[in-house]
Design a protein around this ligand. Structure first.
Ligand SMILES: Cc1cn([C@H]2C[C@H](O)[C@@H](COP(=O)(O)OP(=O)(O)O[C@H]3O[C@H](CO)[C@@H](O)[C@H](O)[C@H]3O)O2)c(=O)[nH]c1=O
Length: 351
């Protein structure tokens, strides 16, 4: 019988790349994509694979325990890759409760449902929790996050993810749940909702709108191509050690202002504009509350134990990403027809 794998949040940004990889690479698995299709989830992201025989989509909310319990009973999953989450830091500042509910309660619902169907035999089962490097807090100008770095989350978003990480580990220690975790740095690539820095800047340049830079733009992020993240997830799901955590990063640090300037120059070339045109749109705005200064990942463990390292050079991935957003204007228009415009105006008004 085919192994049944549940991927939560599969219609979202990172989730859609993981679903595509698993559906194409593992015809011997039945992949079930569970997604609530909130503002950032979009089935258009998966239209190339949605008629494959080993793929099933289920619309549903992980915060609904009854629904989750029934789903696990019906499908009897062998494995879970849990990516469903509220993920935008700014939204967590205006509405923390949504993050607590989805990221913490939602994770516990999945853990409980898996525990229930696996209680007699955990052999060959796996619960993989996909998380963020933001749980480690903020670095100064030097140093990197290791798997042993103490947790120090500073936004409602990162606190909710830290909490869910702790709960997943608690289920490992208390109930012997066969768990594995990973914490990844900032991702870029196709399908990312344009509230995040890179697609937001691309979209705003296209529409000659201001490019809001929080504070002085000196905050540093470590950028990883999303398809490389999906490959790391595949490796960890299949080869990671039970109970372990793996940090994933791009070894590719940029200050926000340098990244945005680079993006502006590439966009000018692509739009046949004079170099410097897009940079004029850069607007320094009030800083994000509690804005973490720097994230950087030490990805030695995953390299040494599993042989993973980023395969796509930043220049190549970045160019590919920009082209994707320029070519997929319908995707941008469709996803923006939801609540984004309203949200964006509210964020911007506050500054
Ligand atoms: C949206 C926006 C962001 N920024 C800044 C804030 C951050 O320092 C940097 C990137 O912002 P964001 O794209 O929102 O991403 P960030 O807060 O780093 O968090 C991302 O990366 C995390 C991993 O580090 C993920 O866990 C989060 O889900 C993901 O949203 O750019 C601006 O200066 N202006 C903006 O308009």
């Amino acid at each position: 019988m085919k192994k049944k794998i549940l991927i939560t949040g599969g219609a979202g940004f990172i989730g859609s790349h993981v679903v595509r990889l698993f559906v194409n690479k593992y015809p011997e698995y039945q992949i079930v994509n569970l997604d609530a299709l909130t503002y950032a989830g979009n089935l258009e992201n998966l239209k190339d694979i949605d008629s494959k025989p080993n793929y099933t989509f289920v619309k549903g909310d992980i915060t609904n325990l009854e629904f989750v319990t029934e789903l696990f009973k019906d499908f009897q999953f062998d494995g879970v890759l849990h990516l469903a989450a509220e993920s935008h830091v700014d939204r967590s500042i205006s509405d923390p409760l949504a993050f607590i509910t989805t990221n913490i309660v939602g994770t516990v619902n999945l853990l409980n449902a898996a525990k229930e169907i696996w209680k007699d035999n955990m052999e060959g089962k796996r619960f993989y929790h996909i998380s963020t490097d933001e749980v480690y807090g903020s670095l100064g100008e030097t140093g990197k996050f290791l798997e042993t770095t103490p947790y120090d989350p500073r936004s409602p978003y990162s606190a909710s993810k830290a909490s869910s990480d702790h709960l997943v580990r608690a289920y490992f220690h208390t109930y012997n749940m066969p768990v594995v975790l990973s914490n990844c740095s900032n991702n870029y690539g196709a399908n990312q909702f344009p509230e995040k820095l890179i697609p937001l800047v691309i979209n705003n340049i296209k529409n000659s709108k201001p490019l809001p830079i929080y504070g002085k733009g000196e905050n540093v992020r470590d950028w990883l191509f999303v398809e490389d993240h999906a490959l790391a997830i595949d490796m960890i799901y299949h080869k990671g050690k039970t109970g372990e955590t793996y940090n994933i990063g791009g070894n590719n640090e940029w200050t926000n202002i340098d990244l945005v300037r680079k993006l502006c120059d590439i966009m000018d070339k692509k739009l046949n504009q004079k170099i410097g045109t897009s940079q004029k749109l850069i607007t320094f705005v009030k800083d994000r509350a509690g804005h973490d200064l720097r994230y950087a990942i030490d990805a030695t463990k995953i390299k040494n134990e599993l042989g993973w390292e980023p395969s796509i050079q930043f220049e190549e991935g970045f160019e590919q990403t920009i082209d994707w957003y320029l070519e997929n204007t319908n995707w941008l228009e469709n996803i923006l027809s939801g609540d984004y415009e309203k949200y964006y105006e509210q964020q911007y008004d506050k500054r």
